[in-house]
Design a protein around this ligand. Sequence first.
Ligand code: ADP
Length: 263
Amino acid sequence: AEEGLRQSQKMEAIGQLTGGIAHDFNNLLTGIIGALDLVNRRIKAGQTHDVQPFMDAASASANRAAALTHRLLAFARRQPLDPKAVNANELIRGMEDLFTRSLGEQIRLRTDLAPDLWPTLSDANQLENALLNLAINARDAMPDGGALTISTTNTVVARAERHGQDVLEPGHYTLIEVQDTGAGMEPEVLAKVFEPFFTTKPIGQGTGLGLSMIYGFAKQSRGHVRIESQPGAGTQVRLYLPRHKGQLANEAPLMVAQSPNGS
Ligand code: ADP
């Protein structure tokens, strides 16, 4: 029964995915076709001098459409997790330059990394992706500047904690918190952020996949992700990843999504 439920949830997510992508894609194509039509008409009328802006617009939309398909393909072909002992502090330190460049000059980056942080059982590549996505979301929420704080702590959860439909199981976790001083979210937005293709950003700028991928990553890692947000004050994302206890050999591999042909 649980397998059936999981399957139907998967189908629902795929339905949302295809619906969302078709809509965004169609909008981009409409823009490209419109711009090319205009260029065509002008060329036929012998007015070739001012077609450049329309060609630029068509080209920009085509590039956005290409970026959208790339992300969709990356989403569909998500790799199985490759869980290993990861030192989150080292991983974050290694990303500091990338964070600073992505955030721009208006946003200060602060890190507050716990000494003697437990190693976490995680996939380093996917964790990097997740943190970069969070930093970019934070940047987008702070157009007038602000601060992004990334902190790590060792956390023991003594009793199961329920959050909506999700449960944080008791255990030892490495907790990574990403906090911004940006626009925050209204409760209606916050309720939908983990849905694939939910975005409040303009077409081509947001795919709505970032947080749904992070949600999947947290679940498959047997961890947990939780977001708190105050409109006008900022947003805090908490990512719980299980502590690595060094018993990898006899554990079944963790799988994320599998493509239909099994590759
Ligand atoms: P995308 O960034 O492509 O829109 P995400 O799944 O990462 O996709 O985020 C979904 C939506 O959640 C965003 O469009 C935005 O409305 C909201 N959101 C995410 N992170 C933040 C944040 N740090 N501050 C405010 N809103 C956020």
